[in-house]
Design a protein around this ligand. Structure first.
Ligand code: 5AD
Length: 349
């Protein structure tokens, strides 16, 4: 089967067999990749038109109990300077975002034990009471089913938790032994079951990733059928054991964005900060490859440099009207329009 035939099969069935994935993921022919990009862009336009949904990303804490080998805020990094926003700072970041027009807030942070269920649920309900017309997304890692249920009952709408890799051995090369792939996957199913709109995903070009592990990532996504999928290139961080591994490629990330769009036509897929960091114009290329979300950083200025997952992070701030206007211009130059509505998942059937 040709690359295009495999891509059409993927779009029609929402899945491929392992050997088909391996063939599709190994395509290097530029014309094939461009044809698949065009097909993905067509699918995206059928579902969501030219809208690019903007989400206000608020980084709430760089304390983390985990030690993921790739991540700059892992607990073992003694050079990291840590921060944690107070409830008031989180609320005022939301207010600032709201006044700029954002209607989705994403609270992201390390697994910081300071945020007990009570503390965090109060923050969630405060946000939802202050901004009832907004969607609230959380991205704060692995929790018990009960904790997720509390977050949901307090008003959270969506949850992002990348699976990172769906292959066990690969997972063990990226994380300490006590972090388990099975537990992460269990979390994703709990979240779905509770009723969250769920996002998963992985880094592209992470150390020891192969076409075979990627085939498992894609099969995993086709089974989970998340409403959101976040992928971005791996970028080394100087204070990690992967400091000397190469970055993931922007063009391969864009190719995978196209495949994900074909597989999950209704999904909300960000053109990530990491993609914009690895290559100038990367984010725009991501949009043209099937992505339909951008998550500008609305964290308070003082803490931004401390939320350092990888080196040289692009500052995609949109905290001022001028920067937001510039972002809208960049997006429209790529052929799309920014949309500041809630931008909920729209299932086709
Ligand atoms: N490069 C790229 N992405 C990273 N993340 C963490 N560290 C890095 C890195 N060095 C991603 C992980 C995580 C998300 C919040 O950031 O996939 O789930």
């Amino acid at each position: 089967m040709t690359a295009q035939a495999l891509a059409s099969k993927l779009h029609e069935n929402g899945r491929l067999d392992n050997d088909e994935w391996i063939r599709l993921l190994s395509v290097t022919e530029k014309n094939d990749i461009e044809d698949i990009r065009i097909a993905a862009d067509r699918v995206r336009r059928e579902k969501y038109g030219t809208s690019v949904y903007l989400r206000a990303l608020i980084e709430i804490s760089s304390y983390c109990k985990n030690d993921c080998y790739y991540c700059g805020i892992r607990c073992g990094n003694k050079n990291a300077s840590r921060f944690r926003l107070s409830r008031e700072e989180i609320l005022s970041s939301c207010k600032n975002a709201y006044e700029l027009g954002f209607r989705t807030f994403v609270l992201q942070g390390g697994e910081d034990m300071y945020f007990s269920d009570d503390v965090f649920c109060t923050i969630i309900s405060d946000i939802k009471n202050s901004f009832p017309d907004c969607a609230l997304t959380l991205s704060v890692g692995e929790k018990s089913r009960l904790t997720y249920k509390r977050y949901y009952d307090a008003g959270a709408d969506r949850y992002l938790l990348r699976h990172e890799t769906a292959n066990n051995e690969h997972y063990r090369k990226l994380h300490p032994q006590k972090q388990k792939l099975s537990e992460r996957i269990q979390c994703l199913y709990y979240l779905k079951d509770i009723g969250f709109q769920v996002g998963s995903g992985f880094m592209v070009g992470s150390p020891y990733q192969t076409v075979e592990t990627l085939a498992e990532d894609m099969s995993f996504l086709s089974e989970l059928r998340p409403q959101m999928v976040g992928i971005g290139p791996f970028l080394p961080h100087k204070d990690t054991e992967f400091a000397h591994f190469p970055s993931g490629s922007a063009s391969y990330t864009c190719y995978l964005l196209s495949l994900i769009r074909l597989m999950l036509p209704d999904s909300l897929i960000p053109a990530t900060t990491a993609l914009g960091t690895v290559e100038k114009g990367g984010r725009e290329k991501g949009l043209r490859s099937g992505a339909n979300v951008i998550m500008p950083n609305l964290s308070p200025n003082e803490v931004r440099s401390k939320y350092s997952l990888y080196d040289n992070k692009l500052s995609t701030g949109a905290e001022t009207r001028e920067k937001l206007t510039q972002l809208a211009l960049d997006v429209s130059a790529a052929g799309y329009e920014t949309d500041m509505g809630r931008g909920d998942f729209k299932p086709s059937n």
